[in-house]
Design a protein around this ligand. Sequence first.
Ligand code: HEC
Ligand code: HEC
Length: 319
Amino acid sequence: MTTPKNIGPEHHAVDEFSGTRTTGHEWDGIRELDTPLPRWWLYIFYACIAVAVVYWVLMPAWPMLNSYTPGTLGFSDRRNVAAEIQTLQAARKPSFERLNTATYDQIVADPQLAEFARAAGESTFGDNCRTCHGAGGAGAPGYPNLADDVWIWGGTLTDIEHTLRVGVRSTHADTRLSVMPAYGRDQLLSAREIGDVAEYVLTLSAARDRAKPDAAAAARGAAVFQQQCVACHGATGAGDRAFGAPSLTDDVWLYGGSREEVRKQIELGRGGVMPTWEARFDPAMIRALSVYVYGLGGGEPTPVAAPAAAPAPAAATTP
Ligand code: HEC
Ligand code: HEC
């Protein structure tokens, strides 16, 4: 017999072992105890219900067809965030304005302003520059390292700012521009001449220790170099910032310093593109980025204008 047999409330007998009332149900002679919930548990349960109802009234709670019940306190995370952003922007505004008007000398001399610029530049760099230049500006093949002291176009604050404003081979009207000819693809040099001049390039830096360039080929290549390459890379291969032509003597390579990679650059003359940022950021942010890049490790001091003139009158007035 499995169906419970209701024997009615008059039979809600007290269990003789536990002293608790039973529910009056009986299954095959087994009866169910009717243990009451503990008081403390019940009170907490009722309190939770009461708190929930109060919360629904005060705070945004129930979804509706187009909106939600806003609650009588008028609390809104969205409005709070918008207000916080506005406060933040208002707090930053004077610093950005000072970035705009101060000279770089003044920025560097003001630790608070310099740190503000560096921090603003760092977060913008992470969102916009890291894809190409790597974390911390460490660079990648084709994308120069910005943290070393080797510069293609120049490493003073004003050089960096100019590169950021106009870009390199970019869409900007005043872009930094120069294009190394593709000597192989455009058949300006024979394969043999390219091989020779590549051997010569490898003799110019510590790359020679790895590549062990062929002396006879390098000697022939030196003549090709004098004819074709010195206009941009200079007579000694030290490079020329006016043409954005990297130094070939420092063993720091944009495209790689192996025989294969050097030969490939001479064949193809890549011409990488650095975008212009003038349309994207206001001048203050470009200056913040410049301060950040400058501080990555390789910034060059800005040449001081006419330092020679100053000491002379001072010496004259000293008795
Ligand atoms: C689409 C890839 C790309 C992005 C994004 C990019 N760059 Fe560049 N950047 C380049 C390339 C390529 C060069 C080298 C161009 C050349 O051959 O001279 C370069 C060159 C530079 C130089 C000149 C380095 C030197 O040695 O003179 C600076 C400074 C620089 N980038 C800073 C930045 C900053 C700051 C940002 C972000 C606002 C940025 N770049 C974003 C590709 C990029
Ligand atoms: C019109 C100027 C110009 C001439 C002429 C020129 N170059 Fe270049 N060269 C550049 C520029 C600009 C770059 C930077 C890389 C790029 O974006 O193409 C470069 C890069 C290179 C590189 C890669 C350097 C690196 O760091 O990876 C090598 C190697 C090189 N040139 C060798 C030569 C040789 C050899 C010749 C002569 C046969 C030559 N170049 C002629 C402008 C020139």
